[in-house]
Design a protein. Structure first.
Length: 102
C-alpha cells in the first residue's frame, strides 16, 4: 500500500534516487514471496541504478538459480541476474541453523 501511495504522490522517484545513492544496500530474506509485476520492474530498476556504482548485498535462503522463479518474468530475471551474477561475490553458508531449539 505504501508503494502505491508513493507512486500516486510522486515520492517513489525520491525513494529510488535515495536508494541508488546509498553506499550499501542490504536486501535481507530475498525470495520469501514471488514478485508481482510492478515489484519485478521496481527490483530491476533498483539493481540497474546501483549496478557498477554502489554495493548491494542480497541475503537469501534460496540458491541464485531459483531466483528466476521468484522474480517471475523471464526477461526481467535475465537482466537482473546478469547484472548480479557477473559482478558479485557469492558466499554460501553451510551447516546447521543457529536458531535451532537446543
Amino acid at each position: 500500500m505504501k508503494m502505491r501511495m508513493a507512486r500516486i504522490d510522486g515520492s517513489i522517484y525520491k525513494f529510488f534516487e535515495k536508494t541508488a545513492k546509498a553506499d550499501v544496500l542490504i536486501l535481507d530474506d530475498f525470495g520469501l514471496t514471488h514478485l508481482e509485476k510492478q515489484n519485478q520492474l521496481d527490483f530491476m530498476e533498483l539493481i540497474e541504478d546501483r549496478h557498477g556504482k554502489k554495493a548491494t548485498i542480497i541475503a537469501s535462503q534460496l540458491p541464485m538459480a531459483s531466483w528466476f522463479d521468484i522474480i517471475g518474468e523471464e526477461t526481467i530475471a535475465d537482466a537482473v541476474l546478469d547484472r548480479l551474477a557477473h559482478t558479485s561475490y557469492k558466499i554460501e553458508l553451510k551447516g546447521d541453523s543457529l536458531r535451532k531449539n537446543r
